[in-house]
Design a protein around this ligand. Sequence first.
Ligand code: ZN
Length: 142
Amino acid sequence: MKSNKQRRLEIKNKRLKKAIKLLEVKTVHKILPQDSILANHEELKHNHTYHGFPEYYINISYTCRDCGLEEIWTARQQKWWYEVAKGNLYSCAVRCRGCRNKIYDTKIQQKQHMQEMAMIKPHPNEAFFKKLLNTEKLEQTT
Ligand SMILES: [Zn+2]
């Protein structure tokens, strides 16, 4: 027969063991995967999220939306996108660098084209054509 004191001690020890086990589980989760980079939650405050901020970034592979190429979005790139460029936490990479560069180039070309068009002098008869177009519109509406 055990005394009450002994029993209480046993229960106490059991509880302690349980608590230590739980703590160990928590610390195991804290061990970071390879090639991961810790997230800085101070820099993520521009986001409003229900799920909380990520603890770390890890390399993610994705297929390009335009050409179907398999690419890797590195942890370092993610950290830059979310924390420096202040990207939305729910946004992620969808296009490879080649396709992104193509879009960038066409945008520059469009800008140049618009600037060139703005430099061109208006046609001497432009006022006449505008008038003509306006009267056409009026006829359509009536
Ligand atoms: Zn691509």
